[in-house]
Structures are given as C-alpha cells and as structure tokens.
Design a protein around this ligand. Structure first.
Ligand code: ZN
Length: 305
C-alpha cells in the first residue's frame, strides 16, 4: 500500500498518487451516483465522476497552498501525495518559528474554505447539473476544511495548535505532545461516534463504518508517529556540547571554535557545516569550556538512536 505513482511535478514538488486514491475514487463515484440520482436529467454516474474529479482537484489546491507557503519561507518541498483520505505535503525540515508553522499549516484549510465558500456563493446562479455540482463541491470543501481543523496531529489543525502552544509558551515539544494526544483521542472519538450512530439508526450504512475505521487508523498512525519523532527529538536535545567536552586534554592544533551551549540538532548542523576532528568549546564570555571531539559526539549520537 506504500507505493505511489509519480505523475509529474507541480510548483517544484513531485506529484505522487497512491493506488488507494483510485480505489476510493471508484467507491465515491458509486456512492455519490446514488445520491445525485433523481435531481437532474444528467446521467448520475457522469455527475458523480465530475464531482470526484472536482473533489480531487480541490484537495490538490489545498496541498499546493501548503507548498507555496512552505517555499515562501525557503523550505524545500519534496512531494505532494494524493491518497485515499486526501493529500499530504512532504516538507523537508521543520518550521523555524511558531508563525511559520501557523501559516504553513493554516493555509491549507483556508484554501478549502475559500473554494467551498466560492462554490456556495455562485451555485444559485446555475440551474440543473452545474448548480447541483457546485452545491456539492461547496459543501464537501467546507467539510474538508472543518475536518482538517480538528486540533490533533497529523491534521493541519494539530499543527496550528502546536504553533499556538509553541508561540505562547515558547516550548515547541510541549505543543507537539498535546496536539499528538488530541489526534489519538480524535481517532477513538471518530470510531465511537460513527459506531454509536450505526447502532442507534437502523438504516445506517456499513460503508460509513469502513470509512470511520480508515479515518481513525489514519489519525492514530499519524499521531503515534508524531509522538515517536518527539521522543527521538527529546533524546537528541539531550546532546549538549558542554557535557560532552573533554576538559583535561589541551586544545589540539587546527581545532575549530564552537559555542559550548550548542545542543541537539543545532550542534549536529554546526558540526556538519564545518567538519573537523576537534572543536574548542567557548562560553559566551570567551573562556574555553573544553575540547569536543567528533568521536565523542558520534558515540553519544549513536546512543540516542
Ligand atoms: Zn492540509
């Protein structure tokens, strides 16, 4: 299920399509064909295909909004993947500030809401097939915006919440932890609500339960991955240059200077930017805190992974 087809490039990123998208497309056509029935004279299957194509196009616009926002901050966007439950934009590296994170995440649901609002604003001007299509496109895009704003990771709303907590408390990792746990709670809630409705209503669709299981699985997997990445970032942040320093050995010739305060990713980035066997660690007042060897960092790094 993890393979994807590369169908081209959009806005500087690879556009990938998962086979599950096509399977879901067929299911959606069948489901919506029965719902469009009787409303217009157009063949309901033609209408449903047009609707599903429009839906996927809207999802692509939503993802492209993320791409443009991320690239605007100089981030590299590797790929946009369209799959069963929508899309996913793979951005290299993390946002550097809460505001960047807020904008890159929030712009997707904003794009969906804008498409939805625009469709509903003009649907009355058209009668018959086009009007029915615009109404359906409007409602489904508002639904996509609302779903994505649930404040749990891996959804956009989870990234918005993470950015807000990061901005207010200054602690990014706390934001990730809270948003990831809300994502897990949302997974359980989606399943519970849909299963409850199925039991309460005798005319409930089994298909609703299948979709709920897929959505819950997507949320649970995504939030769990966020918690795992968080744990490895916390271990990495435990790597502090000063604590790895050798304070006995004299400074070897050719050692480069590094700040003793460097830790985690920033420490690894600084080392890979200026590779050397030894570094002199200096405090902010210019005093030498010790000698950091590449071997010491390497050994400590291996313990974190
Ligand atoms: Zn999004």
């Amino acid at each position: 299920m993890n393979r994807a087809w590369r169908v081209g490039r959009v806005a500087g990123a690879d556009l990938l399509i998962k086979p599950s998208l096509l399977i879901m497309g067929v299911v959606l056509v069948v489901v919506f064909a029965t719902r469009f029935d009787d409303r217009t004279s157009t063949n309901p299957y033609v209408l449903a295909v047009a609707f599903v194509v429009g839906l996927y196009a809207s999802v692509l616009v939503h993802e492209l909004a993320h791409v443009v926002a991320a690239r605007g901050y100089g981030m590299t966007v590797q790929s946009v993947t369209l799959h069963l439950l929508g899309g996913e934009t793979l951005i290299e590296g993390e946002s550097r500030t809460p505001l960047q994170e807020l904008w890159v995440a929030g712009v997707g649901p904003l794009a969906s809401a804008a498409i939805g609002g625009a469709c509903l604003a003009v649907d009355d001007l058209f009668s018959g097939t086009v009007g029915a299509l615009l109404t359906a496109m409007g409602l489904v895009n508002l639904l996509v915006a609302a779903f994505n704003l649930i404040p749990g990771l891996p959804l956009d709303g989870g990234r918005v919440l993470r950015a807000l907590i990061w901005g207010v408390t200054g602690r990014e990792l706390v934001g990730i932890r809270v948003a990831a746990w809300i994502g897990r709670i949302a997974a359980v809630a989606v399943l519970a609500v849909v299963a409850g409705l199925l039991v309460a209503r005798e005319d409930g669709y089994l298909l609703d339960l299948v979709v709920a299981i897929l959505v819950a699985g997507f949320l649970w997997t995504g939030s769990t991955q966020a918690l795992q990445r968080l744990a490895s970032r916390e271990r990495l942040d435990g790597l502090v240059a000063r604590e790895l320093a050798d304070t006995v050995t004299p400074v070897p010739a050719g050692a480069l200077e590094l700040s003793a305060d460097l830790r985690g990713e920033a420490l690894l980035r600084a080392i890979s930017a200026r590779p050397a066997d030894h570094y002199v660690l200096t405090e902010t007042d210019g005093t030498v805190a010790g000698v950091l060897s590449l071997t010491a960092v390497d050994t400590a790094f291996r313990r974190t992974t």
